[in-house]
Design a protein around this ligand. Structure first.
Ligand code: 5GP
Length: 115
């Protein structure tokens, strides 16, 4: 077996990070290096899926659960609107190969997609 991912270690309590929300298959933490006033990570409890493409193919219900939790958190933290980002592949900036969604909001930086 390969080493557990950093997110699995956080879920197990081996690395400190407050779990700010959790559902049956998904949990959420604050990003350690925020890129926006609100920057949360929504993560499946399983690390079986490396990216959103694998997750969508293998467990679409968990992907839907991630989107629902992102929406709930955005209602609490950003006033409702949010950007959901899945970096997919190292060339696209993915550094942790345990699928996760970035939930960004609360005044996004200029010069990003959609401005
Ligand atoms: P990626 O670059 O793979 O799309 O996103 C990984 C994210 O995980 C990065 O935004 C990074 O700041 C965050 N991250 C990495 N290590 C930790 C950690 O130990 N704690 C928390 N809360 N976030 C982390």
């Amino acid at each position: 077996m390969s080493e557990p991912s950093i997110f699995t270690r956080i879920l197990r309590g081996e690395i400190p990070s407050e779990i700010i929300a959790e559902t049956e298959n998904v949990f959420a933490i604050r990003d350690i290096a925020p890129q926006a006033p609100v920057h949360l990570l929504v993560i499946p409890k399983t690390e079986q899926y490396r990216n959103v493409v694998e997750l969508a193919a293998g467990a679409p219900a968990i992907l839907a659960e991630m989107v629902a939790l992102a929406n709930t958190l955005a209602a609490e933290h950003t006033g409702g609107d949010f950007r959901l980002v899945f970096n997919t592949g190292a060339e696209a900036g993915q550094t942790v190969f345990h699928v996760h969604a970035h939930v960004l909001g609360g005044g996004l930086p200029e010069g990003t997609l959609g401005d």
